[in-house]
Design a protein around this ligand. Structure first.
Ligand code: ADP
Ligand code: UVW
Ligand code: MG
Length: 369
């Protein structure tokens, strides 16, 4: 290939969906498809989409875990592809889907350069005090046990947009970024750098998610193993796929359905919603501890962008930090919006997730090197 890639195909394989986009030289989206409930096994739809595209000069893949090795985007060759696949044990819901995306596109477009962009990369700036688990130090060294953090492509994009949208003040704002999708995490960002996040060694920690527990007492997991006779496979399946909103509601992990259940008097849905919001509010406050304050709160992801009630209930308990919302602006917002109360010292924003833009920029830059 000569010159910078013009059309970039972005493949974003999440835990519950596959989002495909083609961006042109001006970063305009010229084609897109989103498949819900994609499990990585059925690649026919992905193949069909790629085949119908008139021209693809480069491919950018979202890869959730970079492990110890990958802390920036990297051009994919056979060896890199193997290394990415080798991290499947650290992100069982994600890594195999990412690899399925790489393999399928490589089959349809052999020879087209491809770049892997990692969710973990943005968080490599987290200081040791926030990234280190209080485990035997030798274990941490031997296995690279630490807080990696995820959703970095999304947190990087929305916090940069948030800083642009709230200028002035001129100084770099302290931002808490809430990515609330099927997976959910918070990032604490100061001076454009991640300084803390709610996910950990794996994307299972932190907030309540669609089917993942978020953080639970490790003693509880040990108890289930030692006293309730559950083996590791059973626990892994339950904590990753049968917990979170789906586990508490006894059915759905989709926040829209949780809310309609709650509104028609379903007590399990009510509790699922309350636990979700409680954890969200508590963890936002925890992130402000890592930042020494807060200037901007930003919401993104399917729930963060579209669910005014979740935003209102989370913010409702954070008045003491200077967070208040404009009720009308919160309820009416579409796309990018400032939903802060008139006199609020903290600016609260909604910024749609654009991992595709972040991945396209990384892909162009990596292939230009
Ligand atoms: N238009 C919408 N209105 C309300 N909720 C939405 C909307 N779109 C998505 N959501 C919620 O967002 C969640 C999925 O988040 P999303 O970011 O789309 O998924 P993923 O993490 O797979 O990319 C679901 O709980 C769903 O209820
Ligand atoms: C890291 C993660 O949880 O991603 P997703 O939201 O796509 O499941
Ligand atoms: Mg997501």
């Amino acid at each position: 290939m000569t010159g910078a890639p013009v059309h970039v195909l972005v493949v974003n394989a999440g835990s519950s969906s596959l989002k495909l986009r083609l961006l042109d030289a001006a970063d305009e989206v010229v084609d897109a498809v989103a498949l819900e409930n994609w499990d990585g096994a059925d690649t026919a739809e992905l193949e069909r989409f790629v085949r119908r595209l008139p021209s693809v000069d480069a491919v950018g893949h979202r890869i959730v875990h970079g492990g110890r090795r990958f802390s920036e985007p990297v051009r994919i060759d056979d060896e890199v592809r193997e290394a990415i696949g080798g991290l499947a044990d650290l992100a069982p819901l994600h890594q195999p889907r990412g690899v399925a995306g790489i393999d399928t596109v490589a089959q349809v477009l052999p020879g087209t350069p491809a770049v892997a962009c990692f969710d973990t990369a943005f968080h490599t700036t987290i200081p040791d005090a926030a990234a280190t688990y209080a485990l035997p130090a030798e274990w941490n060294r031997r296995w690279g046990l630490r807080r990696y953090g995820f959703h970095g492509l999304s947190h990087a994009y929305v916090t940069r947009r948030a800083a642009e949208l709230t200028r002035p003040p001129a100084r770099e704002p302290r931002i808490v970024s809430c990515h609330l999708g099927a997976g959910a995490s918070l990032a604490a960002v100061a001076g454009g750098r991640s300084v803390d996040t709610t996910m950990g060694f794996t994307p299972l920690a932190g907030l309540v998610m669609a089917t993942r527990t978020g953080s639970v007492d490790p003693g509880l997991v040990l108890w289930l193993q030692q006293q309730a006779g559950m083996d590791a496979d059973c626990l892994s399946h339950a904590l990753e796929r049968e917990s979170g909103l789906a586990g508490l509601s006894g059915g759905t992990g989709d926040m829209r359905e949780i809310m309609s259940g709650m509104d028609s008097g379903d007590e399990a849905c009510r509790l699922a919603f309350d636990v979700y919001v409680h954890r969200l509010r508590r963890e936002i406050a925890a992130m402000t501890g890592s930042l020494g304050g807060i200037d901007v709160l930003v919401f993104t992801g399917g729930v963060g962008e579209h669910n005014a009630r979740v935003r209102a209930e989370a913010a409702g308990g954070l008045r003491y930090l200077g967070v208040t919302l404009d009720t009308k602006a919160n309820e009416a917002c579409t796309g990018e919006a400032d939903i802060s109360g008139a006199a609020a010292p903290v600016r609260t924003l909604v910024v749609p997730a654009r991992e595709d833009l972040e991945i396209t920029a990384h892909t162009r830059r990596t292939l230009a090197e």
